[in-house]
Design a protein around this ligand. Structure first.
Ligand code: FES
Length: 165
């Protein structure tokens, strides 16, 4: 496994916090996904070996919890909220605009690898719907026009950061 040194040291730090090693499986999956962008079969085997489990035990967690991805994602990860306030305020149109701009489908890596667009549940900023996360940046009131502006910046490799997290 080709993990960053920082991830490896966080993994070594996390495991002893659990009285039973296997209980560290979920935090390890989060750390690996944060590092690699997804959880590969290699990662599943690596975590299983690290925790003295069978790969099937780790695989079951990956398939049970919807937050784990089993495929790589694009360079930028666009997550559009689809919960009530955002849905009412046009979140589905926002998402469709991102997909159109990058000629991609939900969950796929766009041609050229710029982005992966996905729906997510409430991002806890319902008063400023529709809300979008791009990597770890929070973007508020993202209507279709704003989605086009953000897409243009991403295509140009320009920063999209609003300073909100
Ligand atoms: S409903 Fe979208 S942020 Fe809460």
């Amino acid at each position: 496994m080709n993990l960053k040194a920082e991830t490896l040291s966080r993994i070594d730090e996390v495991i002893p916090h659990y009285p039973v090693k296997r209980s560290a499986a979920l935090p390890l999956l989060h750390l690996v996904q944060e590092d690699q962008g997804y959880v590969s079969s290699e990662a599943i085997e690596w975590i299983a070996e690290k925790l003295g489990l069978q790969p099937i035990n780790v695989y079951e967690l990956v398939t049970f919890y919807p937050m784990f991805r089993q495929k790589p994602i694009g360079r930028r990860h666009i997550k559009v909220c689809r919960t009530l306030s955002c849905a009412i305020m046009g979140g589905y149109r926002t998402c469709a605009e991102f997909q159109k701009q990058f000629e991609t489908r939900l969950g796929d890596v766009s041609p050229g690898g710029d982005v992966t667009v996905e729906f997510v549940e409430c991002l806890a900023s319902c008063g400023t719907a529709p809300v979008v996360m791009i990597d770890d940046e929070l973007h508020e009131r993202v209507d279709a026009a704003r989605a086009r502006e953000l897409s243009d910046k991403i295509k140009a490799g320009a920063p999209t950061d609003t300073g909100r997290r």
